[in-house]
Design a protein around this ligand. Structure first.
Ligand SMILES: Cc1cc2nc3c(=O)[nH]c(=O)nc-3n(C[C@H](O)[C@H](O)[C@H](O)COP(=O)(O)O)c2cc1C
Length: 175
């Protein structure tokens, strides 16, 4: 995600949102009131033109922390900033799978939450530990080039689906 943010700098800005501190979702907690961390996450999504996910793979799926953040953002359904949000997905794993199964699960979640997921190109990075140096700089030239193309495609994807009417509607119901 840091590498993408660096590469995107010239044409658009990527703001990285840390989802680790969002409390665990359940419907009773929602009825008791949204935690500030979830409100901030919803606001950040609402104020963005698109959402770029970067995920590892945990037990053939997305990490619980990511699912939890999406669950909060999707509530209440009538006020979900995920609705009609253009999204793109990247992922990397230490093995050969390159997060293929977790990305498929994320696309399934995108289906119900009505996010508009870019299908191609994909970013599935296998053996990710060989593609960065010890300071986490992206050193693999092929991946760098592919990431640039991916970001350009995402920019186009956003421009196709950017819908001010919908984002205004969801902004107006933020808590
Ligand atoms: C609980 C857990 C489950 C994992 N499951 C998978 C898996 O299903 N497929 C895979 O390729 N790697 C799996 N891994 C390895 C992770 O992809 C690897 O540890 C990843 O780099 C973790 O990223 P993070 O440090 O950002 O959480 C798993 C790791 C953990 C901790």
């Amino acid at each position: 995600m840091n590498a993408a943010a660096d590469l995107a700098q010239q044409s658009f800005e990527i703001e990285i949102f840390d989802i680790r501190d969002i409390p665990a979702y359940d419907q009773d907690s929602e009825e008791a009131g949204f935690p500030q961390e979830a409100v901030e996450f919803k606001k950040a999504i609402s104020n963005s033109d698109g959402l770029l996910f970067s995920t590892p793979e945990y037990n053939y799926s997305i990490p619980g922390v990511l699912k939890n953040a999406i669950d909060w953002a999707s509530r209440p359904a009538s006020c979900s900033p995920l609705n009609m949000k253009p999204i793109a997905i990247m992922g990397g794993s230490a093995g050969m799978g390159g997060t293929i199964r977790s990305q498929l699960h994320l696309r399934q979640v995108a289906l119900f939450t009505n996010m508009i997921d870019m299908k191609k190109p994909e970013i599935l990075v296998s053996k990710i530990q060989d593609k960065f140096d010890k300071d986490l700089n992206l050193t693999d030239d092929d991946l760098k080039l592919h990431l640039k193309k991916f970001l350009l495609s995402f920019e186009k994807w956003i421009s196709i689906f950017k819908n001010d009417h919908i984002s205004k509607k969801y902004k107006s119901c933020l808590k």
